[in-house]
Write a protein that binds this ligand. Structure first.
Ligand SMILES: Cc1cc2nc3c(=O)[nH]c(=O)nc-3n(C[C@H](O)[C@H](O)[C@H](O)COP(=O)(O)O)c2cc1C
Length: 186
């Protein structure tokens, strides 16, 4: 690892899916291990879980809006992309994954990802309904990201899905996402 954990910064992107509640535990794991964590939530994510939870767990402000008038520092998407050592998106929705693959920058999270330096890795932990995961258009977007060195995708697991069906689409276990993040920082 290039720095000790205390000096490592992780930007955690949370998108709109039921699995977002599991990301609370992820933040706790990183914070307990000495990482600094800042959370960006999409507009859809805050329909599932309140930003207050992540603010308290991360002990940092939660970032929601690219056009925020809170002048905390410089332009948010630039300062966050400079601050972080890597970006983790968990859960990564089909929508956000596809937008990133296409270079779309229409919210704070996708814009920060686009503005990251080439040496900064992006790990996505997708969670979605099995049909969405197996949709060839989303599959092409996954392949597109995998072909670029800095993007890493943890395939979703098989199990009971939020939609009540059994299939491939569950977000990988939090401990596995944590371990994969650590290995990417080494
Ligand atoms: C109850 C519910 C659960 C959802 N779960 C998921 C999910 O697990 N994965 C996913 O890709 N989209 C899911 N969606 C759809 C996304 O929330 C929707 O595509 C949204 O536009 C994603 O926006 P974001 O990528 O900006 O967060 C769900 C929607 C609802 C209403």
């Amino acid at each position: 690892m290039k720095k000790n954990n205390k000096n490592l910064n992780i930007l955690l992107g949370i998108t709109g899916g039921i699995a977002s509640y599991k990301s609370c535990e992820l933040v706790r794991l990183f914070v307990r291990s000495g990482f600094s964590v800042k959370v960006i939530m999409t507009e859809a994510a805050i329909k599932f879980i309140t930003p207050l939870v992540f603010q308290e767990l991360s002990q940092n402000p939660v970032y929601l809006d690219m056009f925020s008038l809170m002048k905390e520092d410089n332009i948010q998407h630039i300062s966050l992309s400079q601050w972080t050592d890597m970006c983790l998106i968990a859960p990564a929705s089909a929508n956000t994954l596809s937008k990133i693959a296409c270079g779309i920058c229409d919210n704070l999270l996708t814009t920060v990802v686009a503005a990251l330096g080439q040496s900064k890795k992006v790990l996505l932990a997708p969670a979605m309904n099995e049909n969405m995961w197996k949709n060839p258009i989303i599959g092409d977007n996954v392949k597109k990201l995998k072909a670029i060195k800095k993007y890493f995708i943890m395939p979703p697991e098989k199990g009971e899905l939020a939609c009540g069906l059994y299939g491939e689409g569950r977000m990988p276990e939090v401990k596995d996402i944590y371990s994969k993040t650590i290995s990417l920082l080494e």
